[in-house]
Design a protein around this ligand. Structure first.
Ligand SMILES: *Cc1c(COP(=O)(O)O)cnc(C)c1O
Length: 390
């Protein structure tokens, strides 16, 4: 391993050479089933022919022009996303953190415009929003923040899935202008709030004239069995951020807004050199079309429910397993002990999984996985977890 890389990751001892669908092959030709999809990025799996074709064709004609000029594919993509979200406008960038930076800037400008000179944004315990200075300040993890102080000011933290806590802030803090939450917490451990949470947040935001901003970077693009996780409860946000699966691995983020939030920015307020370039937009357009044509939203919902149920059965009565929870193809198994070691054992068995929040095994499989692969995979994982807990 080279010393020329900054020491930011403790990597597993494997290098992948090529991929096809749900499978990856390492440099020695060994095959692995990918149940984490590059951390929720390759929703259509690896090397999806439609995405590959879109990237190749676009690369063969034009990769980048900058936002000094109109970009046809960017305009088409914005319309496609806005339609699916029933929202009004999109700003394109290159990552989840950047999408959240845009959302935070929208909230602050929205606040200033209504006369709040030190606007605050409510964020949640367990939340993850990225690694830039503003987004790590919004993130709940001390590990993410430690050593990078001073943090960006203007965030108020409340417990997740707790409407009472939001109401208390509403009574006591006149500087709040927005709430930024994940509809299901991903890095925080696949934390699924109660059915009344998002509708309750919506109502509190309306009563207090706050923007409801949802970080759908991990949950969006069909993973939870809806285009966007909030659609399950119909409590539409004012601002929503996307990234991970948006362009199936070509770096791309988006900040989507409706109503007043959609008109906060004007020329000069925000920008990105790369954001929404023809290459990324072509890939994302291919992703949206393929999800529709292959009915992958329904597949994520149905297959995910079966996987969670099968995994739950397989782990029934296993001491050490606290819960199996899932929403579509976002699945977590919470143990009563740290379990980072399971990842290596799974790797040795040819399965790529991940552990988050120390003791939650996380699966974010590709949406294109077929039934038999999925069922075999959860049986295998059930077996590994059983052994680990024994
Ligand atoms: C991954 C993630 C981010 C950060 O995305 P990057 O592309 O790594 O900047 C932000 N929010 C959520 C919910 C995420 O899962």
């Amino acid at each position: 391993m080279t010393d020329a890389l900054m020491n930011t990751y403790s990597r597993l001892p494997v290098t992948f050479e090529h991929g096809d669908g749900v499978w990856l092959w390492d440099t020695s030709g060994r095959r692995y089933l990918d149940l984490i999809s590059g951390i929720g990025v390759c929703g259509l799996g690896h090397n999806h022919p439609r995405v590959t074709q879109a990237i190749c064709e676009q690369a063969g004609s034009l990769v980048h022009t900058s936002n000094l000029y109109r970009i046809e594919k960017q305009e088409q993509l914005a319309v496609q996303i806005a339609q699916r979200a029933q929202m009004d406008r999109v700003f394109f960038c290159n990552s989840g953190a950047e999408a959240n930076e845009a959302a935070i800037k929208i909230a602050r400008k929205f606040g200033h415009e209504k006369g709040v000179d030190a606007p605050h944004i409510i964020v949640a315990e367990g939340g993850f929003h990225g690694r830039t200075l503003a987004t790590l300040s919004a993130t709940a993890s001390r590990k993410v923040q430690a050593g990078f102080e001073p943090l960006v000011k203007g965030f108020v933290r409340v417990p997740y899935n707790d409407l009472g806590a939001l109401e208390r802030v509403a009574r006591n803090n006149p500087y709040v202008v927005a709430v930024l939450l994940e509809p299901i917490q991903g890095e925080g451990g696949i934390n699924i709030p109660g059915d009344d949470y998002l509708p309750g947040v919506r109502a509190i935001c309306e009563e207090n004239d706050w923007l409801m901003m949802l970080d759908e970077v991990q949950t969006g693009m069909g993973r939870t069995g809806q285009w966007f996780a909030w659609q399950q409860r119909g409590s539409s946000p004012d601002v929503m951020t996307l990234a991970k699966a948006l362009a199936n691995g070509v770096p791309m983020g988006a900040c989507v807004a409706r109503g007043r939030a959609a008109s906060v920015f004007s020329p000069g307020s925000h920008g990105s050199t790369f954001g929404g370039n023809p290459l990324a937009c072509s890939a994302a357009l291919a992703v949206l079309e393929t999800i529709d044509e292959m009915r992958l939203i329904t597949r994520a919902r149905e297959l995910g429910a079966r996987m969670s149920a099968t995994l739950s059965d397989a782990l029934q009565g296993v001491r050490g397993v606290l819960s199996v929870r899932g929403c579509g193809l976002m699945i977590g198994v919470e143990l009563d002990r740290p379990c980072a070691g399971v990842v290596l054992t799974a790797l040795e068995h040819g399965l790529l999984i991940n552990v988050t929040a120390g003791r939650v095994i996380r699966l974010l499989p590709p949406l294109i996985m077929d039934e038999s692969e999925a069922m075999a995979a959860v049986q295998d994982i059930g077996g590994l977890v059983r052994k680990f807990c024994a």
